[in-house]
Design a protein around this ligand. Structure first.
Ligand code: GLV
Ligand code: MN
Ligand code: MN
Length: 408
């Protein structure tokens, strides 16, 4: 596979067209799970898959599978894929490069006259992003068997709607044809600055950091902003603010350079200027490459929140939404991608993924690795997220050649 065999003009047009399917005007991309935009984006991608001659199926959680049947259809398939949902105020490359890029990789292999022995299967995962239900990687968790049905049934979005509600509304038509896989390789933008800073074309992922997310619901006492005197107050926002600062302090003082902690959601009620906030909801994202450090920080945040709420006489409901272990990628697969980079004369490094991906859960099912390409300034989860056509083309070429070697 030559890099120039990748039809980058066509792929860029598809990336640009998909970006226009959004809940917000360009350049902002927002596609929350099962929103109108997400449903239209699914149709858009399915159409491109059909045009590429791929066979489509869908499972009960809305994962989409697009298959290029090999000459040995019973053999475990070689899988690739990523997601097309996007957090609020996102850009157009996160996830999308790994979906539309994989379709172009398949088209390029076809143009080259390649006929796979093992089937090649593209997976478009449901809800890699946690926006609707507070938990990410729903589709890959489900496939890996780490999402018990009871937990799934208990998921609620901010309006109290269940996954079942959204599934019915989306009219999913599951076809139960489970696949088993020989390998999974996900192409993705780095979402960090390392490749760009070091002037490298490709990152081959060896490990994915351990993510977790927490929710704290605070119940204080509201009242008239003029009438309730300061000493008697049980202000839920102030308790939440102290918790958010404790979250930051936990990461800063952990001694682990890899620990990151973010309070990304902070909602208050009644949200009126002349009313003492009576309720607050915080959602906290906490990650580290090491499981022990991450878990210690998790306990520390919970005990800080407990102390703060006791002192402020505010009720606390603390919930760990997910606390996943890190993933270790398959050494053979990492080496294979590295070999492909050498053959294509692309500079590369082996690296850690600090963002999480569906690969975190696919690694529980099958040997897995990821191919990273640089993105400008390391920026992601923002509308100005950007990777150049040359950078994307390199990544797609590496993916195509890797799929060829795995499937032949
Ligand atoms: C994925 O989007 C993540 O938050 O790492
Ligand atoms: Mn993302
Ligand atoms: Mn992503």
């Amino acid at each position: 596979m030559k890099i120039s065999h990748i039809d980058m003009a066509r792929l860029q047009k598809e990336i640009d067209d998909l970006a226009l399917i959004s809940e917000n005007p360009p350049p902002v991309v927002t596609r929350v799970l099962f929103s109108e935009a997400d449903l239209r984006a699914r149709q858009f991608v399915k159409t491109i898959c059909r045009e590429a001659g791929l066979m489509l199926r869908e499972d009960e959680i809305g994962n989409i599978f697009a298959r290029w049947e090999g000459t040995e259809p019973q053999a475990p398939a070689v899988a690739t894929g990523s997601h097309i949902d996007a957090i609020p105020n996102a850009g157009k490359y996160d996830g999308v490069v790994g979906v539309l890029g994989a379709i172009e990789a398949i088209r390029a292999l076809r143009r080259d006259g390649f006929q796979p022995r093992k089937s090649i299967e593209l997976i478009i995962f449901t809800a890699e992003e946690p926006t609707r239900f507070g938990i990410g990687c729903l589709g890959s968790r489900w496939m890996a068997g780490t999402l018990p049905p009871a937990k799934l049934a208990g998921l609620r979005d901010r309006d109290g709607n269940t996954l079942e509600f959204w599934r019915n509304r989306a009219g999913l038509r599951p076809v139960n044809a489970p696949s088993h896989y020989a390998a999974f390789v996900e192409l993705h933008i780095e979402q960090g600055p390392i490749l760009e800073q070091r002037g490298l074309a490709i990152g081959v992922v060896e490990k994915i950091a351990a993510p977790s997310s927490l929710r704290a619901r605070l119940e204080g006492a509201g009242g008239h902003a003029g009438g309730v005197l300061m000493p008697g107050r049980r202000d839920a926002l102030l308790a939440g603010a102290e918790i958010a600062l404790a979250v930051e302090k936990t990461a800063l003082e952990s001694g682990s350079p890899d620990m990151v902690a973010t309070t990304g959601v902070f909602q208050i009620e009644p949200d009126a200027v002349n009313s003492v906030p009576c309720r607050a909801t915080l959602e906290i994202d906490l990650r580290d490459t090491g499981l022990a450090a991450r878990d210690a920080a998790l306990r520390q945040i919970e005990s800080a929140a407990t102390e703060i709420c006791r002192r402020r006489r505010v009720g606390l409901e603390f919930q760990v939404i997910n606390a996943d272990p890190p993933a270790v990628c398959a050494g053979d697969l990492v080496d294979l991608v590295a070999e492909v980079c050498r053959e294509l004369q692309l500079s590369f490094t082996k690296m850690i993924s600090r963002a999480y991906h569906d690969s975190l859960f696919m690694a529980l099912l099958t040997p897995t690795t990821m191919i990273f390409i640089p993105c400008r300034g390391g920026v992601s989860h923002r509308p100005d997220e950007y990777s150049s056509q040359a950078q994307i083309q390199n990544g797609v070429a590496v993916l195509a050649e890797t799929l060829r070697r795995l499937a032949r």
